[in-house]
Design a protein around this ligand. Structure first.
Ligand code: ZN
Length: 161
């Protein structure tokens, strides 16, 4: 009788049934992830066909469609898990290497002193002085070059007129 009522409503199930399907679906998700075939078989055998249909639709509705099946199934693929661990390990290693590559006596190490709130050591103070001097020279050279281009352009315009 209940199935008849359900069918007459078309494809929209009543909320109770949909909620129940989601809960049963998540229960099955837990069994698939954490237990074995015996528990999964028991769960399926204790459901009516209507329940199984409803939770199939609920589970399908919860699958993100913008991800490849390989991504969605990565949790149960030992190779994918190993690759993911290796990838994270590489990222961590790269971060360590970057830290190692910025010793005292560099602009980066001076900035690190400032960020950490520690007094810059002599090496870093000297390196920062050199860095800032070179930076100001670069800026001045750039300003001169821009002024020269401007002046050439103005001269060119005066000749043309
Ligand atoms: Zn330092």
């Amino acid at each position: 009788m209940r199935d008849h009522t359900f069918r007459n409503r078309g494809t929209v199930p009543d909320m109770n049934r949909a909620d129940q399907a989601v809960i049963h679906g998540l229960e099955l998700v837990g069994l698939v992830r954490d237990t074995g075939l015996d528990d999964i078989t028991l769960f399926i055998n204790n459901r009516t066909r209507a329940d199984l249909e409803a939770l199939t639709v609920a589970l399908a509705a919860m699958v993100p469609i913008d991800q490849a099946p390989s991504e969605l199934l990565a949790w149960c693929d030992p190779d994918a898990q190993r690759r993911e661990r290796a990838r994270r390990h590489r990222i961590l290693r790269a971060a360590e290497v970057r830290r190692v590559l910025r010793p005292h006596g560099t602009h980066a190490a001076y900035a690190r002193h400032k960020n950490d709130g520690t007094t810059p050591c002599d090496l870093c103070v000297a390196a920062e002085r050199t860095y800032q001097r070179d930076r100001k020279r670069r800026v001045r050279a750039e300003q001169l070059r821009a002024a020269s281009v401007m002046s050439d352009t103005v001269d060119g315009m005066q000749v043309a007129s």
